[in-house]
Design a protein around this ligand. Structure first.
Ligand SMILES: Cc1cc2nc3c(=O)[nH]c(=O)nc-3n(C[C@H](O)[C@H](O)[C@H](O)COP(=O)(O)OP(=O)(O)OC[C@H]3O[C@@H](n4cnc5c(N)ncnc54)[C@H](O)[C@@H]3O)c2cc1C
Length: 188
């Protein structure tokens, strides 16, 4: 069983996976390679000079993989929430179990809808429907969280990536039973 399954490997999901894996959590990312970021040129991500979307995604994935996150290309179609775990079923017929699931599917909320998660109208331009969450990113289903565009935040990589990290920190804190902070120290 995974500690955390992240559905979606864009800036929100990739960043959530990076934090989760770096915290030592067994982390699986399911992504079907239909994200927005592939088409973006980014000149407004603080601390990063101009970069293409595909390069940002590749670097983010490498960072998460370095800490042990596993990426699989597949589409999640059903999220079944139980009292002690969550099962994610995919288009290719596979089934995965985790203690918690973070949904970071960008504009696509079909899997969330199919799974009965509560949705609501989006407020950002071109975002019709989002997943309803509380202030920590919890959805209407036990152990299922949402982050990034799918959860209605402003569609900019620094914000969606930050939101993925924010929600992952809440999930890690819940797993650890205490508030989690990830700080490395520069000694040079
Ligand atoms: C043309 C364009 C230009 C842009 N320019 C900028 C810019 O200059 N600056 C800026 O800050 N932002 C820009 N953006 C916005 C930026 O790309 C988004 O903020 C960001 O990509 C959203 O991140 P996300 O992780 O929420 O969603 P996404 O990047 O869309 O990632 C969602 C991921 O989930 C996957 N997925 C969806 N459903 C499933 C499923 N059921 N199972 C498995 N995987 C699934 C998708 O394949 C995708 O990889 C631009 C976007 C576009 C389209």
């Amino acid at each position: 069983m995974q500690d955390i399954i992240v559905i979606g490997g864009g800036p929100a999901g990739g960043s959530a996976a990076l934090f989760a894996a770096k915290a030592g959590k067994a982390t699986l990312v399911l992504d079907n390679d239909h994200g927005l970021t592939k088409r973006a040129w980014l000149a407004n991500h603080y601390g990063v000079s101009d970069i293409s979307g595909p390069d940002m995604l590749a670097i983010g994935r490498e960072q998460a993989e370095k800490f042990g996150a596993v990426f699989k290309q597949d589409k999640a179609v059903l999220i079944e929430s139980g009292s002690s775990s969550v099962t994610v079923k995919t288009e290719s017929g596979d089934s995965y179990e985790a203690q918690h699931v973070i949904v970071a599917t960008g504009l696509a909320v079909d899997a969330a809808q199919q799974s009965g998660l509560k949705l609501k109208p989006g407020t950002e331009p071109r975002v019709k429907t989002i997943i309803d969450t509380d202030d920590k990113g919890r959805t209407s289903a036990d152990r299922v969280w949402a982050a990034g565009t799918a959860a209605g935040v402003s569609m900019h990589t620094i914000i969606t990536a930050g939101d993925g990290a924010r929600v992952a920190i809440h999930v890690i804190s819940e797993l650890n039973g205490e508030r989690y902070v990830d700080h490395d120290i520069f000694t040079g």
